[in-house]
Design a protein around this ligand. Structure first.
Ligand code: SF4
Ligand code: SF4
Length: 705
């Protein structure tokens, strides 16, 4: 008994020293990061609720049925079986120890044993999944491609060891009379039956060996966890609690330096712009990197990865984490003298550029950085709420604003935005061309000498660059205008007073230009007294609703599908004419995933008689990007296959002859995809792409033209 106590405490001391050193180093490393913007410590209730639902409720994980259920069992096994660790330590001091008050209750014995069995079942499920999705067999299609496979198997093995040693000592305790539960612990009783023939003295030994083995495995596991990717076991609740709420999607954060938003009209001399080195990330960024479980759920949803690009959100986060850990001795050294004493490998790591070609030692290859469409599929899936898009855009900001390094095709778009206020360089005078030929007059602010919206105007129609200048998108704007006119909704447009919202500049990393354009628009909108804005472009919608408040522009912004769905529901628009077509709907990322507008477009399509609706396999939260976001619309797509064609194939796979969407970017990309497939003879001539409003107008009027 004394030997068991001494050994148990000695093992504990060694493990705590080893784990403690590592935890201290990780804490100091996180503190080396930049301060985080203040809102991470606000909204305490929301943050606690996120921990309850996502960590304890495993909300995101349970969307993946089998692995979700297996993870649920193992997670709750760890929580519940914490009681067995207390019992194990208690037994070091007193052989028949039980937890005070509840320690002999039948339900506790049952619950403990239930979770021992559930965890073992979970381990079997994990093993089968890992064998079936072994990247050595399935290549890039496996979500585990690039993950540390050996470490994952080691952890499964360690969990298995925890479970069988538990059963060993609990079974032996039954035979030595030291087991706290007379009833309920069914698996331990089965183990006891198996061990009983060995006799009392053998069971005495097995009890001590089992207790020390169980505690030893738990302590070894603790050390492995803090030195491996399984850090997430401890960090996940912290990361979930401190992530952006409600989610790291929608608005991008402003450029923060020292915890304050940078004003590009009056930047501070020491302002850090974007992330040009690992230590430029905030401590929350470093926490994100350390929390990654390498589960690959993000990778499995990423349109860039799916189409053969080098970007995997998982590998990006893993590379940043590995670089941070390898550079840690350099970052944590107290002086230049200490740094000079560091090994060559640490100094080499410290000298790597954060973004640069792999053959030049870059941590993140430029092709990785510029492949992102900012669709948010990674953020949506990540079970520990890592904010990939923020980190990617922050690195882009440094490349664009400090290094002037970005794809050359985007230069033209930026120049046009600066010069003419739209990506095509058409200028303000072209912004009302879309109104020509309409059977009613579109009211343009300023045309009648007024500089504020009159009281009878309910909505300001924000037309957007595409909506006023691109032929396909103009069709949508005209359809919306006709429908609003039909429903008797008074609206007005800014005409030449509108300029680009700045969305493509912001997603590219050109925050300076975004701020200039956005401030100009906010000044115009505020001077016009705009309160309610309707918008057809998902990107403009996101910027106006979520990002302009950062610059003092607070409005009630609705997407046109939301307004039209309401007008149909209220009977102010009546889709009376049959539209004979099979239709599918593509969720624009910046309408759906980023802003949770999923139902209104479907409600509109559902109200049109004659339409036969089929969902694509990837829809709503799991929708697959059209390839235009993140300013990718303005860049060449020269690596892998084209994202828009992949999505078009999915749409055509439903048998639809009408592909509906609700964003001009998506319409352009899908129209292009359909045209390509038609040329290749893979799509029927009758297939067409249209905005939801266009379809509704056909039904209301009997024709869209
Ligand atoms: S935002 Fe989309 S494209 Fe970018 S890394 Fe995430 S999933 Fe991939
Ligand atoms: S970033 Fe999130 S989803 Fe991706 S591998 Fe890491 S934990 Fe999994």
């Amino acid at each position: 008994m004394a030997a068991r106590l001494v050994l148990g405490l000695a093992l504990t001391a060694v493990a705590f020293v080893l784990a403690g050193r590592r935890v201290l180093m990780l804490y100091r490393l996180a503190r080396a990061g930049q301060p985080v913007e203040p809102d991470r410590t606000r909204e305490v209730g929301t943050r606690l609720w996120a921990v309850v639902t996502e960590v304890f409720g495993q909300r995101k994980l349970l969307k993946w049925s089998l692995p979700g259920a297996a993870h649920f069992a193992v997670f709750w096994g760890f929580v519940i079986l914490g009681a067995t660790i207390v019992e194990g330590y208690g037994a070091l001091f007193q052989r028949d120890f039980h937890i005070p008050l509840i320690g002999t209750q039948t339900w506790l014995g049952f619950v403990e044993d239930f979770f021992i069995v559930a965890v073992l079942a979970g381990l079997v499920a994990f093993s089968v999944l890992r064998l079936r999705q072994n990247p050595r067999r399935t290549g890039r299609t496996s979500r585990f491609f690039g993950s540390h496979l050996g470490a994952a198997w080691l952890v499964l093995f360690m969990i298995f060891n925890v479970m069988w040693t538990l059963l060993l000592y609990r079974g032996a305790q039954i035979n030595t009379g030291n087991f706290p539960f007379p009833h309920g612990a069914f698996a331990s009783q089965a183990a006891g039956h198996l061990l009983a023939p060995a006799g009392r003295s053998a069971n005495d030994v097995l009890e001590s060996v089992g207790i020390l083995g169980s505690l030893g495995v738990v302590l070894t596991f603790l050390v492995i966890v803090v030195y491996s990717k399984h850090l997430h076991i401890g960090l996940a609740p912290i990361n979930v609690a401190l992530s952006r709420r409600p989610r790291g999607l929608g608005a991008l954060l402003p450029v923060y330096s020292g915890g304050k938003a940078v004003d590009f009209e009056d930047p501070g001399e020491d302002d850090k712009i974007g992330r040009g080195a690992i230590e430029d990330f905030t401590w929350k960024g470093l926490l994100d990197f350390a929390t990654c479980t390498e589960c690959g759920r993000c990778q499995s949803q990423c349109p860039a990865w799916h189409t053969g690009k080098p970007l995997s959100p998982k590998l990006l986060i893993m590379n940043l984490r590995d670089h941070a850990l390898a550079k840690a001795p350099y970052l944590l050294a107290a002086s230049d003298e200490q740094r000079a004493l560091l090994g060559k490998d640490v100094l080499a790591e410290a000298g790597r550029p954060l973004v640069g070609p792999a053959d030049a030692g870059g941590v993140i290859d430029p092709d990785v950085l510029w492949s992102c469409v900012t669709c948010g599929a990674c953020v949506e899936q990540c079970p520990v709420d890592i904010e990939h898009v923020d980190h990617i855009v922050d690195m882009r900001r440094y490349q664009v604003l400090i290094e002037s390094q970005f794809p050359k095709e985007a230069h033209t778009m930026l120049r046009n935005l600066e010069r003419a206020g739209d990506p095509w360089g058409r200028g303000a005078q072209a912004r009302t061309e879309w109104t020509a030929g309409l059977p009613f007059e579109v009211r343009v602010l300023g045309n009648d000498g007024q500089d504020r919206l009159p009281d009878d105007v309910e909505y300001l129609l924000w037309v957007g660059c595409a909506g006023s200048l691109d032929d396909n998108a103009r069709r949508t704007t005209r359809a919306l205008a006709e429908l609003l006119h039909e429903a008797g909704v008074e609206f007005m447009v800014l005409g030449g007073g509108e300029t680009c919202t700045g969305d493509p500049a912001r997603r590219l990393g050109q925050e300076f230009l975004f701020q200039a354009l956005a401030k100009q628009n906010v000044a115009t909108l505020n001077a016009a007294g705009a309160r309610k804005i309707v918008v057809t472009c998902a990107h403009c919608f996101n910027a106006l609703a979520n990002e302009y408040p950062q610059l003092g522009g607070v409005y009630e912004v609705v997407h046109h599908t939301q307004l039209l769905a309401r007008l149909v529901a209220d009977g102010r628009l009546v889709p009376a004419h049959e539209v004979d077509a099979s239709v599918t709907y593509h969720d624009p990322c910046y309408l759906g995933r980023h802003n949770r507008v999923f139902s209104p477009p479907r409600e509109i399509l559902g109200s049109v008689p004659g339409l036969r609706f089929t969902e694509m396999p990837r829809n709503r939260e799991t929708s697959f990007c059209c390839g235009a976001g993140g300013a990718r619309m303005w860049m060449e797509e020269s690596i892998g296959t084209r994202i828009n064609e992949t999505r078009t194939d999915e749409a055509l796979g439903t048998g639809a002859d009408l592909v509906a969407a609700a964003c001009p970017y998506c319409i352009v990309m899908l129209t292009d995809g359909v045209a390509t497939r038609k040329q290749q003879g893979k799509a029927a001539d009758a297939v067409r792409v249209a905005d939801v409003s266009d379809v509704l107008l056909r039904s209301v009027r009997g024709s869209a033209d």
